[in-house]
Design a protein around this ligand. Structure first.
Ligand code: SAM
Ligand code: SF4
Length: 328
């Protein structure tokens, strides 16, 4: 059986972008009320007293946009300082990263994934729902700062949207030719506002690989991380390419993770809410740490039976919550 030791921790459900596939401008999103967010202290208590004792040792901070979380650098320092922490990473849109890259690195963050769906500022602004200022350049500065500071591997996440950015696959892949970066192409998921692109559907990873193979060739490779990506490399390139194919392949049997939402719900599967538990309320109601550990252990026991395959089988909300709410 798979060891589940990787926790994706959503720090906040709000965001400074309005990606069309996630939380588009005007969408009605029930944001978590401030008083329902886990405080930094509660989060650290859950990690120290509950998750680490049951075996979680690898953590990814996400959101919403995690760089919006107050006290983020201190939080990172505390999580990195747990002797059991083997890996601490973050997924961010990169917009606020440039000035924070060094403090976060010094606090103990070692890996960062930055979302960059396009190299063209106009397309980028269209995707992130920004009709005003150009935000691409500031994200690029964030990426460069992370590179300078030494985040390695530096990963870029590209959600491939048919008819919007799929003509840029070769340009994005070319970023790895002379940089030690890891560019990951993610199949677009019908989650949150996923129906937006309706009929256009999603592009299978194999189609992208074939384009890259035809241009440069492609060999299997490896990269540090916990992800479900199939990793390849253009021959002699400095960096690597990842393909996350959750739509065209089922990798549930390799799943090593759970997700903790910003309001303290522990969820066993991205697209399935079965069994999820409200740890924040239990903690605030005075449940003992042993009781909380037992609830998590139970969820770990039943997790193998909760997966993507059943996502259509009437589980509540799997498709209606956005990645920003679940903690993507
Ligand atoms: N705000 C940060 C960011 O965008 O990197 C972290 C949170 S975001 C929800 C995490 C990842 O989920 C991003 O790489 C984003 O592109 C991806 N994502 C969001 N909605 C998606 C969808 N419908 N299909 C595939 N990936 C999605
Ligand atoms: Fe914000 Fe990330 Fe969602 Fe885009 S994908 S709206 S950056 S949380």
């Amino acid at each position: 059986m798979n060891i589940v030791d990787y926790l994706r921790v959503s720090l906040i459900d709000r965001c400074n972008f309005r990606c069309q596939y996630c939380m588009p401008e005007g969408a009605e999103i029930d944001y978590i009320l401030q008083q329902n967010l886990l405080t930094n202290e509660e989060l650290l208590t859950l990690l120290r007293e509950v998750f680490i004792p049951v075996g979680f040792t690898r953590f990814r901070l996400t959101g919403g946009e995690p760089l919006l979380r107050p006290g983020l650098t201190d939080l990172v320092r505390e999580i990195a300082a747990f002797p059991e922490t083997r890996d601490l990473a973050m997924t961010t849109n990169g917009f606020l990263l440039a000035p924070l890259a060094e403090p976060l690195y010094n606090a103990g963050l070692r890996r960062v994934n930055i979302s960059l769906d396009s190299l063209d500022p106009d397309t980028f602004n269209q995707i992130i729902g920004n009709r005003g200022r150009d935000r691409w350049q500031q994200v690029w500065e964030g990426i460069r700062a992370a590179h300078r500071v030494g985040f390695d591997p530096l990963k870029l996440n590209v959600v491939v949207i048919p008819g919007v950015n799929d003509h840029e696959i070769l340009d994005l892949a070319a970023l790895t030719l002379d940089r030690r970066w890891h560019v990951r192409f993610i199949e677009f998921m019908p989650i949150g506002n996923g129906q937006l692109f309706g009929d256009r559907g999603w592009v299978a990873s194999e189609t992208l690989r074939q384009q890259i193979r035809d241009r440069w060739g492609l060999v299997e490779s490896r990269v540090t991380g916990n992800g479900p990506a199939d990793v390849f490399q253009i021959p002699d390139a400095e960096g690597t390419l990842g393909f996350i194919s959750q739509m065209s392949e089922c990798f549930c049997d390799r799943c090593n993770r759970m997700r903790l939402s910003a309001d303290g719900w522990l969820r066993p599967c991205l697209l399935n809410e079965t069994g999820q538990i409200d740890l924040k309320t239990a903690l605030r109601d005075g449940a003992s740490y042993e009781d909380l550990r037992n609830r998590v252990r139970h969820l770990l026991d039943i997790k193998p039976d909760i997966n993507f395959k059943q996502r259509d089988a009437g589980t509540s909300g799997g498709y209606t919550r956005t990645m920003s709410q679940i903690g993507g």
